[in-house]
Each structure stands twice: as structure tokens, then as C-alpha cells.
Design a protein around this ligand. Structure first.
Ligand code: OGA
Ligand code: NI
Length: 340
């Protein structure tokens, strides 16, 4: 059975199983917020301006849980080659892509549709996705798509560069939180995934979603949004569009960084809407703790600062289990399970 949106969508019909109930549809609480997500020039985060950039990142992460970065140091060529490889994958013949078809999240590389919970969800989301592990790179690369032939080579460069930028951002955050140098450069950030999403053109974007509202589970996510709008973040009960900026990456705070910062930085609910005329492709790079890593509010923020921990310690693998169990249920804020 091939239930992938790309394979059956004729651009005209929207099956019942993709129609969300009225209160969950994109059109209901529309988006009118004057303030936009801050754009931070990482090229300026050096010398005298380093402190300023740190402050901007901390402020944005407190207020929106999101910011965008420009002058981030990832070469344009590396990004373009990776985008071409992602596109090349989605353009492969069906039999070739189906070699990776699975919704088993424990596999290193999977191609799936809607979400990994397809069989259990009431309403499906309008997207097809490729997801693979990126750590340790020399091992997991053998699980990545063999075609297009350049995929492994160019995506390896991409994830290496994006990982490197992510480390710089985590370093700025670490300094901004008063955690000193290298706080995240250990098992807290040693697992990474890449999730490439393709949202085919949709006959009626007002009725469906490309990605349901959720927060990301890890530390930070670095998203290549591309040129087609679709990502929205919840702010004061309204959905804000995160405007596509050429050459920028969108960065957002995941649940684990909310825990480590003892709630100072926030992981914010976001979703993706579809587009009537154009397909949209995005690539999310998740920087996460290793499965057995114990995550807890940093001592420098709690004990040492007389600011009681609001979250319990939790093993990352256990947190992810709770997240998955809650994803289809009613609980939206998984963190509530780990409040002191
Ligand atoms: C995600 C995500 C947003 C997008 O993969 O977790 O939020 O625009 N993606 O595809
Ligand atoms: Ni997300």
C-alpha cells in the first residue's frame, strides 16, 4: 500500500481523513502579531558584540522560543547541494524510496508519511518525510539513502556544518545562562537527527495541517525553512508566521533546554500549514541528548542561585517515551509530567 501524499494527491481532492476538526484548522485563530521573530546576525557574535548577540538570543528564547540566524557561517554551496539532494530523494521513483518505508522510529533511516504514528492517528497530516540519525556519523551514514548518488556526501557536509553552527549557538546560550564554557558539549548534545519534510501542494490549506502542533523534544532544532512559508509558532494564543528569509536558519528551543534552564528558556508550540500552489520542503536538524543521558535543571541556575528546581531529573529516553505517548492524546505540555 502506498499512502504517501505525493503518490495519490491529484491536487484537487482532500480526503476526509485529512480534514481537521474546525477548532484545529489553520484558519481559526489567524495570525496577526506585530512583532516578528528576532533575526540574529551570528557574524557579529564576536569581540565586543558577543555579549549583545548573547542577550538577543536569550531574550528571543525567553519571549518566543524561536529566532532566526543569518551570517551563520554555513556555506551557501553546502546548503544548496543538500537541498538538491533532498529534492533528488523525493523525486526518485516510488520503488526506490519505498526501500526506506517504515514508521519504526527505532530504525536509523525511515521514509514515512503524515507522522510516525500514522496507524494510530485519527486525522493525517499533509506531508511525506525522510528521517535519519546523524550520530555517530561514520556509522549511521550507511543507513542513509543510496540515491541520489551524491546524497551521503553532500548531506554529510551539511550536517557537519549545521552541527558546528549549533555548537556555537549552544555555546552562546551556555554563556548567556551563566553556565560557563562547554556546558552542552557532552552527552547532552551528542545525538542528532535530520528530518526532511515535503509538503505537497494542497487543494485546501484551510482544512488541514502539514505538521500538527508540537514542541521539539531535544535541546535545539535548526531548521532550513526554504522559500515557501508554512511554519507557525504559538504566541499569546495566536499563531505567528515565521517568515522565510533567504539563507537564514530558524532555531527553536526544545524541551530539554527548557529543563536545563529551569524554565527560563521556553520550548514553544509550533506547526506547519500547507500551501495551495507550491510544494514546500524543510529540513529540521535536531540536537538532542543521548538516550541514557540524565537531564535536569543546571545547578548553577538552581541550587547555587537559590532558585529551586521546577523540573525533576529525567532520562532522555524516558522523556521521549512520555512525549510519544502524549503526542496523540490530550496532553499538550509533556513537561507537566516532570514538574517538581
Ligand atoms: C519539526 C518542525 C517545521 C517545518 O520537524 O519538528 O517543526 O517547517 N518542522 O517543517
Ligand atoms: Ni518541530
Amino acid at each position: 500500500m502506498n499512502n504517501f501524499v505525493y503518490s495519490w494527491s491529484d491536487g484537487k481532492t482532500l480526503p476526509e481523513s485529512y480534514v481537521f476538526p474546525p477548532e484545529k484548522r489553520p484558519g481559526e485563530h489567524l495570525v496577526h502579531v506585530s512583532k516578528n521573530i528576532p533575526v540574529i546576525d551570528l557574524g557579529k557574535a564576536v569581540g565586543l558584540h558577543r555579549k549583545e548577540a548573547i542577550q538577543q538570543i536569550i531574550d528571543a528564547s525567553q519571549e518566543f522560543g524561536f529566532f532566526q540566524v543569518i551570517n551563520h557561517g554555513v556555506p551557501r554551496r553546502v546548503v544548496e547541494d543538500a537541498r538538491a539532494a533532498y529534492q533528488g530523494f523525493f523525486d526518485l521513483p516510488t520503488e526506490e524510496k519505498m526501500r526506506l518505508y517504515s514508521s519504526d522510529v527505532n530504525k536509523k533511516c525511515i521514509f514515512y508519511t503524515s507522522s510516525v504514528f500514522y496507524d494510530n492517528e485519527d486525522i493525517h497530516a499533509w506531508r511525506d518525510s525522510l528521517r535519519h540519525l546523524c550520530t555517530p556519523l561514520d556509522e549511521c551514514i550507511h543507513s542513509w539513502p543510496q540515491k541520489p548518488t551524491k546524497y551521503r556526501e553532500v548531506v554529510q557536509k551539511y550536517v557537519t556544518e549545521v552541527r558546528e553552527m549549533g555548537s556555537r549557538i549552544l555555546e552562546l546560550i551556555s554563556e548567556g545562562l551563566g553556565l560557563g564554557v562547554g556546558y552542552f558539549e557532552n552527552e547532552l548534545s551528542q545525538q542528532q537527527y535530520l528530518n526532511v519534510h515535503r509538503y505537497p501542494p494542497c487543494p485546501d490549506p484551510s482544512l488541514t495541517l502539514g505538521l500538527r502542533p508540537h514542541c521539539d523534544t531535544g535541546l535545539i532544532t535548526i531548521l532550513l525553512q526554504g522559500t515557501v512559508a508554512g511554519l507557525q509558532a504559538l504566541k499569546d494564543g495566536q499563531w505567528m508566521c515565521i517568515e522565510p528569509i533567504p539563507d537564514a536558519f530558524v532555531v527553536n528551543i526544545g524541551y530539554q533546554l527548557q529543563i536545563v534552564s529551569n524554565g527560563k528558556l521556553v520550548s514553544v508550540v509550533h506547526r506547519a500549514v500547507t500551501n495551495k500552489d507550491e510544494a514546500r520542503m524543510s529540513a529540521a536538524f535536531f540536537i538532542e541528548p543521548k538516550e541514557d543521558c540524565i537531564v535536569e535543571p543546571a545547578k548553577a541556575i538552581t541550587t547555587d542561585a537559590g532558585n529551586p528546581a521546577v523540573y525533576k531529573s529525567v532520562q532522555y529516553a524516558e522523556f521521549v517515551q512520555t512525549f510519544r505517548a502524549a503526542y496523540l492524546g490530550k496532553t499538550q505540555n509533556v513537561l507537566e509530567h516532570y514538574m517538581v
